[in-house]
Design a binder for this molecule. Structure first.
Ligand SMILES: NC(=O)c1ccc[n+]([C@@H]2O[C@H](COP(=O)([O-])OP(=O)(O)OC[C@H]3O[C@@H](n4cnc5c(N)ncnc54)[C@H](O)[C@@H]3O)[C@@H](O)[C@H]2O)c1
Length: 391
């Protein structure tokens, strides 16, 4: 029955997909059945991909293999990567200049999969040109930049989606369905030392820019409430980084709920993250343990995520991509929107501020309004490249 459904809905626009699903067996088929439909939403979208690294290529493969949307531009700071990416994705055009590529009339939407510090700039450029945007997390590293993206998004009638993929993880959907009003959420998200990857650098937000943005969004998403204040401790324990590599934060939410997050670079794998999640409303308690990204064993879960056949992490792009295409075509909500991205950035800023100032940081309800002040104690903080936590 699942395959019937898939055959009807996907095969109609891309018969190769149905054939591949039939070949790939029940787990792969369930993977798609768990996502929403692909076919009708994407017939005419012309997409530019900015950043042709691991994730940009995963998006390109998903678009090529599973949709009829067209990748018209591939942009990368490295011309060889841009050119090779364009060839692989069947795109006629490539560039090292994102701003120039986005101005071409054969672009309707852009996927931003470049390093973190570039995200707000590319998002604003695209929104200001009236393009739809699917952005890898984080939305921005600093709240003032997030507010600029928010302003551009509100001035534009286009969609901005953030790939907070963890929202769609099977275990998260199960827990959220079981416990709609938690009183306590505990999230531990751990990755191996980020070493000398660009993701580790203060310029690109370090641990909180990478893993922290997802964990902070997940706390709000599971709590289904807005944050009220933040307390946090952190330090540089696993490497001599410019930013904290281990963070413990507490968030009080407006519904009275409390979240406790531990985010650290003390895992045992550089390619996957380990999550330990507990959610309770006092009556029911649910837990999830494992690698949410690739669907590794959670008790009772057999669903395998990950892009079919490619061996890449495409599974953590698929749900956001589906929701994004539907949002553009039919006005449905994306998996996560601009407010969600801005809130995660606001929380990350508050965590740094709480660590640096050793005090509780209030999160004003209206602070997502464009023009409302950031949470910093003094005006110099937004200009500090390392959040004021330099070595
Ligand atoms: N969803 C997931 O599962 C997942 C996993 C890892 C990373 N990510 C996110 O995806 C994004 C990209 O990560 P990645 O692992 O693909 O990194 P990567 O290093 O493999 O690729 C980044 C690419 O961007 C290019 N680039 C750098 N500066 C640029 C610029 N100014 N303009 C255009 N291109 C530029 C680089 O040359 C490189 O090809 C990040 O936001 C990261 O956090 C998502």
């Amino acid at each position: 029955m699942i395959l019937d459904r898939l055959g009807l809905q996907i095969g109609a626009s891309n018969p190769n997909v149905t054939a591949r699903l039939l070949k790939s067996g029940p787990f792969k088929a369930r993977q798609y059945a768990d996502c929403d439909t692909l076919g009708p939403w994407d017939s005419s979208l012309r997409i530019a991909i900015i950043g042709c690294g691991e994730i940009g290529r995963a998006y390109g493969a998903l678009l090529q293999e599973q949709t009829s949307a067209e990748v018209t531009w591939v942009v990368d700071a490295d011309p060889d990567r841009a050119q090779a990416g364009a060839r692989a994705m069947g795109s006629s055009s490539w560039s090292t200049d994102a701003a120039a590529a986005l101005r071409h009339p054969d672009v309707d939407a852009v996927i931003v999969a470049s390093p973190h510090a570039t995200h707000p700039q590319f998002a604003c450029q695209a929104l200001d040109l009236g393009l739809h945007v699917l952005l890898e997390a984080p939305l921005a590293l600093r709240f003032p930049d997030a507010q600029r993206v928010l302003a551009s998004a509100r001035a534009s009638s286009t969609v901005l989606a953030v790939n907070f993929w963890a929202r769609d993880a099977l275990e998260i959907r199960r827990i959220r369905g079981r416990i709609p009003r938690p009183t306590f959420v505990r999230i531990e998200a751990v990755v191996d030392s980020l070493g000398d990857s660009w993701m580790a650098s203060a310029e690109h937000g370090g641990l909180l820019g990478l893993l922290g943005s997802h964990a902070l969004d997940l706390a709000s998403y599971l709590m289904q409430s807005a944050p009220l204040y933040v307390q946090a401790l952190g330090g540089r324990h696993t490497r001599r980084s410019d930013l904290a590599d281990t963070v413990s934060a507490g968030i009080r939410f407006r519904n009275g709920g409390l979240a406790r997050l531990t985010i650290g670079e003390y895992g045992h794998s550089s390619t996957t993250t380990a999550w330990h999640i507990l959610v309770t409303d006092g009556m029911i308690t649910e837990t999830a343990n494992g690698d949410l990204m690739n669907g590794q064993p959670n008790v009772g879960s057999v669903l395998q995520r990950g892009a079919p056949d490619s061996g890449s992490q495409g599974g953590s792009q698929l749900a956001s991509l589906n929701a994004f295409l539907k949002a553009v075509a039919a006005g449905d909500p994306p998996l996560a929107g601009v407010e969600d991205g801005a809130r995660a950035t606001q929380l990350a800023d508050a965590v740094y501020e709480a660590m640096g100032g050793r005090r509780r940081i209030a999160i004003p309800e209206l602070s997502l309004q464009v023009g409302a002040g950031p949470v910093y104690i003094d005006d110099s903080v937004p200009n500090r490249p390392n959040h004021g936590l330099g070595a």
